[in-house]
Design a protein around this ligand. Structure first.
Ligand code: ADP
Ligand code: MG
Length: 611
């Protein structure tokens, strides 16, 4: 592995690198920096977001330009104002020991005169969004006729956003013999076209696989009626108690609405889109980073530049117009060696788009069912049980034990457990007991039909994504240790700290026996059979007594009138009017969605904030 010294950077830059705490170059830096320093070439570099591309072009540019001159020598085009500012700040930090360096950001929504004045003072490097740049060129406010190095950053995204014309126009004002460095996460044909048109036999480097979704990400889709989209979103969240997610909507308006609705329904959610002020956006991002927000609802544009590593789920509330955008979205999860899930909620009219996406990402989607109410209750209950099991005892509690013990003197351990868990379980149960099946059958002839559940046994296992498993890895692991055939383990559903899977009923005793005393990586793996069969909204628990987690599940599944009503304050009930009032003031399709599961009733919000 190279160090920054090995790459050939000068002392001023190395000092700044030390100050910034960068220890070793990232792969894209390791590959591009020496190349760009040593030769005058055009470069196409493909690397995912968060791989350190800014420094990959920033360091060589800072080292190669003549800082003693005030001529503009470097031009960096980037899709959004956020990225523009981010890059400018990074470059200023990298160049803090380069005396006389002047990097200027040019973007819309801010005074063009001020920006022109800053450029006039002598900017060696301009970082710009294409729209504003073109504007300033046409008004003679900038001179880019002496540019030596131009960078197209996030080229795929700029083209997605319709900047093709602007970019061609801008580049036509630059010298022919400059070098162009193009950075992109993906290589759709539009980007290839730009490369062909404006670059001279560019050197190509790729970090990871080009045009592929990250291999750490599994892709799932859920087929529902359009009007049930929002309910589906809530269930997906409830079925994943430790979710930390970005939810993508197509428009700013939908983004705002979905976020508002989630907040009203008691989720830790926030909105991120272009109609918010910079200050508002910063606040939202701060809350998201420190996980006060578990569900960040965002537009594609605003979500560019989100560099948060441990996002567990990306949810496509609506599919993007451009299929390429899907890659950007799903690339938000499965970062830094972690596993992630990209979920798509689709209606029948869009389901064929899944096929096109599969072709582009070269990966198959798994069709999954929106979990039914009982499954969600079970997940929530097991999540709580697991949390309690792993909780370290706080010694401070001893002080209070005496009075608590007195209170429960006559309560058996069994009864105590039942009562304790009912506190949490009842909230979910009341909400979900009559919930309807949200799944829509795929049209006849589909190859994605489900394995029938009638003869299946379902198991809980206390390993999950935190242990490095996704559904495929867990399935392989189980098949291997249990010596089972290819299709003997199915409906594998991985949560953060535990999972579920199905086998045929006949195999169940074997599974249970195998896991009675099984240790993996030094820890006991606990497997238990559960009541529910995992999947679909069919009435599976009818007539079964036994375990409490499924108890009472055999009622009619009518459309629920119980609701996810109210916010945190409503735990004690009694503020039904608030959501009524809000409902009448909100318009559009969300109204009708609310009439489903979230119309008001006496049940309380089954959602808890993260501890
Ligand atoms: P990209 O443009 O590929 O999405 P960025 O250039 O924005 O990625 O870098 C992502 C983050 O990683 C930034 O906060 C940056 O300061 C940091 N970073 C870049 N290179 C390194 C490095 N070699 N070591 C540590 N952190 C780095
Ligand atoms: Mg970048």
């Amino acid at each position: 592995m190279n160090t920054f010294q090995d790459l050939g950077l000068n002392d001023d830059l190395l000092r700044a690198i030390t100050d910034m705490g960068f220890e070793t170059p990232s792969e894209v830096q390791d590959k591009s920096i020496p190349l760009l320093l040593e030769s005058e070439i055009d470069l196409v570099a493909l690397a995912q977001t968060g791989t350190g591309k800014t420094a990959a072009f920033g360091f060589p540019m800072l080292q190669k330009i003549d800082i003693d001159s005030r001529t503009t020598q470097g031009l960096i085009l980037s899709p959004t104002r956020e990225l523009c500012l981010q890059i400018t700040n990074e470059l200023k930090a990298y160049g803090k020991y380069c005396k006389g360096l002047n990097v200027v950001a040019i973007y819309g929504g801010s005074s063009i005169q001020d920006q022109a004045r800053e450029v006039k003072r002598g900017a060696q490097i301009i970082v710009a969004t294409p729209g504003r740049m073109k504007d300033m060129i046409s008004r003679n406010m900038v001179d880019i006729s002496k540019i030596q190095y131009s960078v197209l950053d996030e080229a795929d995204e700029m083209l997605n956003m319709g900047f093709y014309e602007d970019i061609t126009d801008i580049l036509s004002h630059t010298p022919k013999d400059k070098n162009t460095w193009l950075f992109s996460a993906t290589m759709p044909k539009e980007v290839a076209n730009i490369a062909k048109k404006f670059m001279h036999s560019p050197t190509e480097i790729t970090v990871g696989n080009k045009n592929e979704g990250s291999s750490q990400v599994s892709h799932e889709y859920y087929l529902v009626n359009s009007r049930d989209r929002y309910q589906a979103l809530k269930r997906l969240s409830d079925a994943n108690p430790d979710i930390f997610s970005v939810i993508f909507c197509r428009t700013k308006r939908d983004t705002q609405k979905v976020a508002e609705q989630l907040i009203e329904d008691g989720y830790n959610a926030g909105a991120l889109h272009g109609d918010l002020s910079q200050n508002q956006r910063d606040l939202v991002m701060k809350s998201f980073r420190n996980k006060q927000i578990q569900m960040l609802v965002a537009t594609d544009v605003a979500a560019r530049g989100i560099d948060v590593d441990d996002i567990t789920h990306v949810i496509n509330y609506q599919l993007p117009d451009e299929i390429e955008t899907y890659t950007h979205r799903s690339g938000r999860t499965g970062r830094a060696g972690k596993t992630g899930v990209s979920m798509v909620i689709v209606s029948k009219s869009e389901v064929r788009k899944i096929k096109s996406i599969e072709r582009i990402i070269k990966k198959d989607f798994i069709k999954k069912d929106i979990p039914n109410g009982i499954e969600i209750c079970e997940v929530q209950l097991m999540s709580l049980a697991n949390k309690i099991h792993n909780t370290e005892i706080n010694p401070e509690i001893d002080k209070y034990l005496e009075s608590i013990n007195t209170m429960f003197e006559d309560t058996s351990k069994e009864e105590l457990i039942q009562k304790f868990f009912s506190v949490e379980f009842t909230r979910f149960f009341n909400y979900y007991q009559k919930s309807k099946n949200l799944n829509v059958a795929e049209s006849a002839g589909s190859t994605r039909e489900h394995v029938s559940n009638d003869n299946a046994a379902r198991f809980f296992i206390n390993v999950g994504s935190r242990d490095g498993y996704d559904w495929m890895k867990l399935k392989d692991f189980l098949k291997e240790i249990l010596e089972l055939g290819r299709d003997d383990v199915f409906k594998v559903d991985v949560k953060e700290s535990f999972s579920f899977f199905n086998t045929e009923k006949e195999i169940a005793p074997k599974v249970l026996e195998f896991f009675t005393d099984f240790k993996h990586n030094g820890r006991f793996v606990n497997v238990e059979e559960t009541e529910n069969k995992g999947g679909g909204g069919r009435d599976r628990n009818r007539g079964r007594g036994g375990r409490r987690s499924g108890g009472g599940g055999g009622r009619d599944r009518r459309e629920s009138s119980g609701g996810f009503r109210g916010d945190r304050r409503s735990k004690s009930g009694g503020d039904g009017n608030r959501s009524e009032r809000r409902r009448s003031s909100s318009n559009s399709d969300f109204k009708s969605e609310k009439r489903g599961e979230s119309a008001s009733s006496s049940s309380s919000r089954p959602r808890r904030s993260r501890r």
